[in-house]
Design a protein around this ligand. Structure first.
Ligand SMILES: Cc1cc2nc3c(=O)[nH]c(=O)nc-3n(C[C@H](O)[C@H](O)[C@H](O)COP(=O)(O)O)c2cc1C
Length: 336
């Protein structure tokens, strides 16, 4: 691995190092007004939420490194203490990019980017009507970052006083990412979509899992199972016992090729095929692990465990770790 001391890099290299690894970042499309009421709009991906009670967000508008002049957004925020933040969706990504050009102070980037102003209720700057999620914000704090060492960063902390969310993004009362169509910013010119194929669901753990350290040795040391697979197996609250009824196959099942069944996303049929075959020993153990992976890819943790427990060595290694796990479980239950 490369170890990189940021002090040894040029500004541009350091900037891209930060942008590429701390990614994807949400993009705040920030509208402000100057003292004369002239509107300004600019995107900021040094942006995130830091609290929800009350809702607090922050953006990082940097001073120009060359002139150390603050960006119009920061000047306006310090003058008026108000802004709106509209989230950026795939539908307006190009317009947002256009709005990021360094137009002179007083130039209205809504007009330049062809975006529509949506009047606000609690602050003066308008929101972006094309965005499905707009926040009306007031300034809480401005923290210049490492200015004594020539730093050009700023942390601007804002409280959201009013949200506007498009009716159309709700499905059964929840905001649906496929309807929001948010985009994120990475390093260089890269953006990503936070919807469609890119989405992945990971339910929050229920209770306290046994942990990877409590998995039986042959599973923990498996060259087939990945860290993700082990984490799913370790999410159970107790080491499972082999179930006498496992596996039970639907009547009339016929399958004779493990590989075809695995590729088709059919781990139970793959297991059937394996158990019909003469494969034994190490080869059988490898296949059992691959089938267990097939179950895990569908978050079928019980079937994955039961598949692994068909290997005799696993069940016996299990009893060896059981006592350790019990004491670990007792430790988790112990009052603090
Ligand atoms: C997607 C995107 C994200 C950006 N994020 C930041 C940021 O976090 N901080 C920053 O200083 N500039 C950022 N920029 C550049 C500013 O948008 C740009 O400097 C803009 O001209 C500032 O406008 P203003 O002077 O009207 O405030 C970003 C640009 C793009 C396209």
């Amino acid at each position: 691995m490369r170890s990189i001391d940021p002090a040894t890099l040029s500004y541009r290299e350091r900037h891209q190092l930060v942008l590429s690894g701390i990614a994807p970042r949400p993009i705040a499309l920030v509208a402000t007004q100057d003292r004369q009421g002239r509107v300004n709009l600019a995107p900021f991906s040094f942006f995130n939420a830091f609290a929800s009670h009350p809702p607090i967000v922050a953006i990082g508008p940097a001073h120009s490194l060359r002139t150390m002049e603050p960006k119009d957004t920061l000047v306006n925020l310090l003058e008026t203490g108000e802004c709106t933040i509209s989230v950026v969706t795939a539908r307006i990504a190009e317009q947002v990019n256009l709005a990021s050009a360094e137009y002179a102070p007083g130039v209205d980037e809504f007009v330049k980017a062809g975006l529509t102003k949506r009047p606000s209720q609690r602050v003066r700057p308008p929101g972006v009507a094309e965005s499905p999620y707009i926040m009306e914000c007031v300034l809480l704090e401005h923290i210049p970052l490492a200015r004594d060492r020539g730093g050009n960063g700023n942390l601007v902390i804002l409280e959201v006083v009013l949200f506007h969310v498009a009716e159309s993004v709700f499905v059964e009362g929840r905001i649906d990412p496929n309807r929001m169509q948010l985009v994120g910013r990475l390093g260089y010119d890269w953006y990503c979509h936070a919807f469609g194929e890119a989405l992945r669901k990971i339910p929050r753990p229920v209770g306290c899992g046994i942990g990877v350290d409590a998995l039986p040795e042959p599973i923990r040391r498996s060259p087939i199972l990945t860290g993700e697979d082990l984490a799913l197996l370790a999410s159970v609250e107790q080491l499972p016992e082999p179930e006498p009824g496992f596996p039970s196959f639907p009547e009339g099942i016929s399958a004779d090729d493990v590989e075809i069944e695995l590729a088709a996303g059919e781990p139970l049929r793959a297991l059937y095929a394996l158990l019909q075959s003469p494969v034994e020993g190490e080869q059988r153990w490898i296949m059992l692990q691959r089938i267990a992976r097939g179950f895990l890819q569908q978050r079928r943790v019980r079937e994955a465990w039961q598949t692994l427990l068909l290997q005799p060595g696993v069940a016996s290694a299990q009893s060896a770790t059981a006592s350790t796990t019990e004491s670990a479980a007792a430790a988790r239950r112990a009052p603090q």
